[in-house]
Design a protein around this ligand. Sequence first.
Ligand code: FES
Length: 148
Amino acid sequence: MERHEFLSKLGIGLVAVCVGCGLVSCGSKGSNPTPSGNAPAPPPAGSGNLFAIDLSSQLANIGDSTMQHGVILVRIAAGNTGSAFTAVQATCTHQGNTIGYNAGQGIFICPAHGSEFSKSGAVVLGPAASPLQKYNVVINGNTLTVSA
Ligand code: FES
């Protein structure tokens, strides 16, 4: 094998590994939070309606999540009631990396330095010292609206 051919194949392999390991945050079950760089700033309290989803086609299974406008929304229980979901800021309060939801453990985890947060956003394990901001979840028919 020629040197340039070997390097070419190595480059393709590295790209495949990087793509496979880093793009699983939105719309996934979130069982393996992955680093995704700095998250957008969380919406401040009083921002009003942030986004809405259609429950007839989205977040059908426990552990399903979506990340929009700096907020991660997760289904944590069966049924279409507000208590079956949680919505918290997607930005870790330690140094601003994007958190993910670990469905197996039922907690939010920051992959940067390992901070853990409860479903309501409380700090379970540092180094983060401040809780995640929690957002309101209101359901009207099949429409779930997240607001601040
Ligand atoms: S940025 Fe999240 S634990 Fe450090």
